[in-house]
Design a binder for this molecule. Structure first.
Ligand code: G3P
Ligand code: CA
Length: 259
């Protein structure tokens, strides 16, 4: 027996719940993270940004309008940037109603809350530093929060990633023991110098090739690809020998890998 299907079956792939099990619950909330555990994800992913008063909160967009009721609660605060509101203001927001009435009143979590609430989970954490150019010093504050929650620093439990590779160089200097992921698709010529501090290259699946995966593996790094929700695409990524798949539907991927 040869061919992609056999290779896919033979190689375990890390199942990463993108913003939690975000096809089924509002993204970047504790409910979505807990559901990811119920669906037997291996890791959950979240996005960290910073409030006006330098508190770390979980939010994907740099504005609050898509996933909260900020426009209604604070009509005068346009354009509702995460970094323009204090934590006390952001805590007044509903981060669940946009998704469904069933989730009304779901709060925007802080990073500390997520680390504490999920610390007993068997899942690992893929922590994305989102738009760090907007938040000078955010790497230091994330490192401090992780040190307050040292269970996450156990080997194999945490990866910190960003689209901003310079931010990741800074984070690596602060916490050299924490594996680093680089989001995007670096040119192959850039990969050797990035391998000096990165452990993962995490590209979108749409442009990924098996040759690129082999190149990254040849430099001793892993590949986690995003955001893969269709079973055929999941199978194709597994045939490329990726190390992990980041999905809004961890139950679908689990169904394939356990089949
Ligand atoms: O973890 C990969 C993925 O989260 C990167 O894209 O835009 O969903 O944060 P985005
Ligand atoms: Ca993300």
């Amino acid at each position: 027996l040869t061919g992609p299907a056999t290779a896919a079956a033979a190689r375990p792939v890390v199942n990463v719940a993108h913003r939690g099990a975000s096809a089924y619950a509002p993204e970047n909330t504790i409910t979505a993270f807990e559901l990811a555990g119920d669906q037997r994800a291996d890791m959950f992913e979240l996005d960290v940004q910073e409030t006006k008063d330098h508190q770390l909160v979980l939010m994907h967009d740099t504005t609050l309008t898509r996933t909260t009721d900020a426009e209604k609660v604070f009509p005068g605060l346009s354009p509702w940037n995460v970094g323009d509101l204090t934590l006390a203001q952001i805590r007044k927001l509903d981060a669940g109603s946009w998704f469904s009435g069933e989730h009304a009143g779901e709060p925007v979590p802080t990073l500390g809350e997520a680390l504490r609430t999920m610390s007993g989970s068997r899942m690992g954490l893929l922590l994305e530093v989102k738009a760090p150019d907007r938040y000078p010093g955010i790497e230091t504050r994330i490192a401090a929060e992780l040190r307050r929650n040292p269970r996450w620093l156990s080997p194999g439990r945490l990866v910190v990633q960003s689209f901003d590779w310079e931010s990741m160089r800074r984070f690596h200097r602060l916490m050299p023991g924490v594996p680093i992921g680089l989001l995007g698709t670096p040119a192959t010529a850039e990969l050797p110098s990035l391998a000096e501090f990165a452990d993962q290259i995490n590209p979108p699946y749409t442009t990924l090739t098996s040759a690129y995966v082999r190149r990254v593996h040849g430099l001793g790094m892993e590949v986690l690809t995003y955001t893969v929700d269709d079973p055929d695409d999941m199978r194709r990524m597994m045939s490329y020998q990726v190390d992990g798949i980041i999905t809004n539907r961890p139950d679908v991927l689990r169904g394939l890998t356990d089949a």
